[in-house]
Design a protein around this ligand. Structure first.
Ligand code: HEM
Length: 288
């Protein structure tokens, strides 16, 4: 019995100290004649922490903000590029001179694998976001399974892309200049722009796709495994949604640049070669 007291007394004192210092000492007072849910809620918080901190915010955003942000990106970004295409148009380069080798076979293979898996990620991710509007059920569940499989493939390609291109994607002082003139894309003139093998815009896309892709894989895994504190999962969902929105905005930009803004750009990711004039103008600091 004496032994039991000698254990219980210090334990009770430690518990008292934790409550008094970590929480609101007020709760040690009697809950009053009519103890309310709020009173017990505040007692609970001392032990469990505030696990509902992001509850309301998450419910509100999940209920509308996320899908509105995606809808906005899917409409505004292509509309801006359509305007650019109408007003400025594509940059066209002569195919005379000796073509410059830009992308090796393995690089092209990894790129197209990334392109395929990422495109599937975007399509199936949007299916989940707009699940309510496409009827939900097995269609969305299938989309979710494809999302997971594509994520596994994309994560591997992102690691390869990161190491293949890292050296050429490091920021350089001339990148600031490139951003000031918006890469020359606001003008129809063909004046050499300050860029090495990749320009500042391509570098942004690279970092977002590889490091951002890694963060997407990590947050997505936690959501899929549903493993963690409730509030932590809510934060992961918020991060996954906003970063996903930024990735889609840049993905549309990448598509516009490689399919429409620079005529023949797609060819370089198929054959590996770029026309000499294109390199001299768009990658003027690249040492051939
Ligand atoms: C499915 C559609 C895609 C198409 C048609 C496409 C096309 C291209 C083309 C033509 C280039 C060469 C650009 C140039 O130097 O002129 C390129 C480069 C590149 N692509 Fe893609 N790509 C696609 C998807 C992706 C995806 C999903 C990623 C990564 C998540 C990606 C990452 C890159 C990177 C990092 C480069 C080098 C930097 C740059 O040019 O932006 N691409 N892509």
């Amino acid at each position: 019995m004496k032994r039991l007291y000698s254990f219980l007394l210090p334990a009770a004192m430690v518990l008292f100290a934790v409550i008094a210092f970590a929480g609101d000492p007020q709760i040690l007072l009697s809950p009053g004649p009519e103890p309310s849910t709020a009173t017990f809620g505040s007692i609970n918080k001392v032990f469990t922490g505030d696990w509902q901190q992001y509850g309301q915010l998450f419910t509100d955003w999940q209920g509308g903000l996320f899908s509105r942000v995606f809808l906005l990106i899917l409409t505004i970004v292509p509309a801006l590029f359509l305007l650019h295409f109408i007003l400025i148009g594509a940059k066209k380069f002569s195919h005379e001179g000796s073509p410059v080798f830009f992308f090796g076979l393995f690089t092209r293979f990894i790129h197209w694998l990334a392109a395929l898996s990422f495109s599937l990620l975007v399509i199936t991710g949007l299916m989940v976001i707009f699940g309510k509007f496409i009827g939900g059920g097995p269609l969305v569940m299938t989309g979710r399974s494809i999302h997971l499989l594509s994520a596994l493939v994309f994560a591997v390609t992102a690691v390869f892309m990161f190491f293949i291109w890292l050296k050429d994607m490091l920021p350089m002082p001339h990148d600031i200049l490139w951003m000031f003139i918006m890469g020359g894309y606001l003008s129809k003139k063909k004046k050499p722009v300050p860029a090495g093998k990749f320009n500042a815009g391509q570098k942004m896309w690279f970092w977002l796709a590889t490091v951002g892709g890694g963060v997407m894989a990590w947050s997505g895994y936690q959501l899929y495994a549903f493993d963690g504190m409730t509030d932590q999962l809510r934060l992961m969902a918020i991060l996954h949604n906003f970063l996903g929105a930024a990735l889609i905005a840049f993905f549309i930009t990448h598509l516009y640049m490689s399919l429409f803004a620079i005529k023949g750009s797609l060819g370089s990711m198929i054959t590996g070669y770029k026309p000499q004039e294109e390199v001299e103008i768009l990658h003027s600091r690249y040492k051939m």
